[in-house]
Design a protein around this ligand. Sequence first.
Ligand code: BDP
Length: 322
Amino acid sequence: MRTSFKGLLCLSLALCASAAMAQAKLRAWNIHPDGYPVSEAMKSFVEQVSKSTGGRYNIELFNSGALGDQPKAVQMLKSGEIDVAEFSSGPLSDAVPGIKVLNLPFLFTDSAHMFRHLDGKLGERFSANLKSAGFVVLGWYDGGGRSFYCVKPVNNLRDLAGMNIRVQQSEVYIEMVKLMEAKPVALPFKDVLVALEQGKVDCAENNLPSYESTGHYKVAKNVYVTNHVISPEALVVSTKLWDKLSKEDKAAFAEAGAKSAILMRELWNKRVAAALEATTKQGSQFVKVKDVSPMVRRMGPLYGKYMADPTTREELLTIIAK
Ligand code: BDP
């Protein structure tokens, strides 16, 4: 049988068309630069999904907040404009009040304590809350301990009073800084360095890897090590995408998410040590808080509020209990 040129062309076009139809193009949002633990873990997630679904899902990863800042991305994921993202619990909890307790100061003692809860029953409850709001959690990532850092020296809590302190766009963080008698200034992550340089804010608060990767350490050399929030982060996909996935594809996404979380946590610990070393070399001064109880006492109204709220009370009690 002889196949005409026209026939071959039709055949290859049909194959191309069906391949194009079979490959879904998705967009993933990330605030961090290439090489950061979150970025590396997301990259591994993207590769693993592609591998385990035979290339049917082509996820393009946009790093460094290229698609917008975090509060905007939270809305974009909810509406299905983006499909995958990695969020800090701060801005995420403004869209999902049921997870607000995760931002409470001095709730978790360290990341191990946090993951004991997040990898267990409580994590399932938070995931269910997130899912009903449009976010399907595929992995809990580590946001580590956040501390304050300032342009001027800080030796105790009193030194922070009256300061303009940059916080994430997140209710709990704003309330926390007010209770410290300082002034919260909610700013997008990418604007913090300039705000510190121009004196629009005196201080900010973050974990060590972000303190280093953003260059904040060049201006705010005085770190007051409070670890006031041990902050969870989450790799999420939109429920819009999730609902369209087959049972097998859901399993592939979930497995890739879980694996990426393991990788992220390993990379995180190394990065914390490297950031401490690098910023110390560059002249950052670290003053460890001697006693957190005065700060904890000031947070009283915040704890009271979440204890009184039936949507958060049970979670809070579970964490306090162990
Ligand atoms: C970093 C978090 C990132 C937040 C950022 C911030 O990983 O998700 O956007 O802090 O403070 O540690 O805005």
